[in-house]
Design a binder for this molecule. Structure first.
Ligand code: ADP
Ligand code: MG
Length: 483
């Protein structure tokens, strides 16, 4: 009986995973799906935590950085019991359930992409040599590799105030044979176009100067290759490969890790390339000086070239990007909808693009149903809700104080007069509703303990039922805070 329940649970989880996968495929496209998401499999579901297995550490990190938020959210929609999705590494997919059901077998036997470490960009005329070391690793499918994204070109990169300098620097490096700054170090938080610019540089070189030898890889791939070379006592070939390039590009440098010998090797490779006048281009999520676990001498070499950051997007750039992406997707995006998205989804371009793709997919699924504001709000409601959850307690205090015509200081004070105490309770209530902060955290912002907050939340919940006018005030506040 217990076994049957388990099989049922597994079956429904498999079915859900299938649905999650379909949605992911729609949102991110077949190529990304096949490279990164298809090889994942479902593992144990325990106490609200759903484990997803990735075949390698690199893949796991990639999925966590790029897809985990969406996977979490989509899955939560299908099964509210899933509180958290956890990613683990599991080689060989020997998961506990592989013998339980055929459904599971089907999922867990999804072929592992081979050679994902080597970005063998697969062009014989173009000297992209990365991946060749690892070509031997993949006895089944030597050609499967992380492809260059064909959409990541300079032409498709929308320029705005926050990224124009990075764009200009990337273009300059791509266009000139002579090295003007070395290295070019690009940094920004996630989803703001570093990888896009790096691929653009390669596409440009590939088109205009195909004899130039370029290696593009992530720091993690570099580490992996080096460790592998050490293990197989093949460091000579490794050095030879890296030191004979014209352009070395290392993406996501923050994953270079603390590995002493690898960093040392990178340092030497880097120095020798720079000395020979070869171009090095690096991207990371922090400036060289803020990178953790990187040796000082390497840091000081990294700042020796041109360090450029991409800042968070502004409204105009987001509008520009939406227009461009809508054009590429071939969809008709009304100005109002574009403005709405550009106003709401400010975190990064990847999320902005993801939301547009979801809306587009939805309209296409409903055979070209017109994209409207209502439909957009409906399709994106979970995403929007989670953005709204990012409302801060400070903002809530400010808006509530304004609304009730008192100062934020009074709101945080110990005064018990009704004119101050009630707004304070409302602010605490809204903080509980609109943020993911805990009661003690909210309490601290008001210089109170968590029991006071709990009491305030209960009190307001009661008052909303009895006091129509207060209920309306709260509703108005909620709407302004959510906009
Ligand atoms: P990062 O490497 O900084 O995390 P990516 O280069 O992967 O970010 O960018 C995330 C997504 O946003 C990609 O799909 C990319 O095409 C898109 N993107 C970012 N900036 C721009 C831009 N300025 N114009 C067009 N697309 C952009
Ligand atoms: Mg990137």
């Amino acid at each position: 009986m217990a076994e049957e329940a388990l099989v049922n649970e597994i079956r429904s989880i498999d079915a859900q995973w299938g649905q999650v996968c379909n949605q992911l495929k729609m949102e991110f496209g077949e190529t990304a799906f096949d490279s990164w998401l298809k090889p994942l499999s479902v593992g144990e579901f325990d106490n609200g935590v759903m484990n997803i297995c990735a075949p390698t550490a690199f893949m796991k990190n990639w999925v966590v950085t790029h897809y985990s938020d969406r996977i979490n959210k989509i899955w939560e929609q299908h099964n509210p019991n899933i509180k958290k999705v956890n990613f683990i590494i599991q080689t060989g997919f020997s998961d506990r359930r592989s013998t339980d059901t055929s459904l599971l077998k089907k999922i867990s036997s999804t072929p592992t992409p081979q050679n994902i470490y080597g970005c063998n960009i697969n062009s014989s005329s173009f000297g992209l040599v990365a991946g060749s070391i690892l070509a031997n690793d993949s006895n089944k499918n030597a050609n499967a590799s992380t492809p260059l994204n064909p959409n990541y070109t300079f032409e498709n990169f929308v320029i705005g105030k926050t990224n124009e300098f990075a764009y200009a620097a990337a273009r300059k490096v791509a266009e000139s044979k002579n090295v003007s700054f070395n290295p070019l170090f690009l940094y920004s938080s996630v989803g703001l176009g570093k990888t896009h610019l790096m691929h653009s540089i390669i596409w440009h070189i590939k088109k205009n100067d195909p004899t130039r030898n370029v290696i593009y890889l992530t720091a993690e791939q570099f580490v992996y290759k080096f460790v592998k070379a050490l293990r197989y006592k093949d460091t000579a070939a490794f050095k030879e490969q890296f030191r004979s390039v014209d352009v070395l590009m290392v993406d996501d440098f923050q994953f270079m890790g603390n590995k002493g010998t690898t960093q040392e090797e990178f340092f030497h490779t880097f120095s020798s390339l720079v000395e020979e006048g070869k171009q090095v281009i690096i991207s990371a999520d922090k400036s060289p000086t803020d990178l953790e676990g990187i040796e000082e001498r390497l840091k000081s070499r990294l700042v020796g070239g041109l360090v450029v950051d991409i800042m968070p997007t502004d409204f105009d750039l987001r509008m520009g990007i939406l227009k461009k992406k809508a054009e590429v997707l071939g969809i008709d995006l009304p100005q109002k909808v574009a403005e709405f998205l550009a106003q709401k989804i400010t975190s990064n371009v990847r999320e902005l693009e993801g939301s547009l793709k979801r809306v587009a997919a939805h309209s296409q699924l409903l055979s070209g149903k017109e994209i409207t504001l209502d439909m957009t709000q409906d399709v994106l409601k979970d995403m929007l809700r989670s953005i709204d959850r990012k409302t801060t307690i400070d903002e809530i205090q400010k808006k509530v104080a304004e609304h009730f015509n008192i100062s934020v200081k009074e709101l945080q004070s110990s005064r018990r007069a009704r004119t101050v105490a009630r707004p304070r309770q409302v602010a605490m209530y809204l903080a509980k509703q609109l943020t993911s902060r805990s009661l003690p955290e909210i309490g601290r912002k008001f210089d109170r303990d968590h029991t006071t907050v709990m009491h305030a939340v209960r009190k307001v919940e009661e008052l909303i039922i009895e006091d129509q006018s207060l209920a309306e005030n709260i509703e108005i506040l909620r709407r302004t805070l959510e906009n």
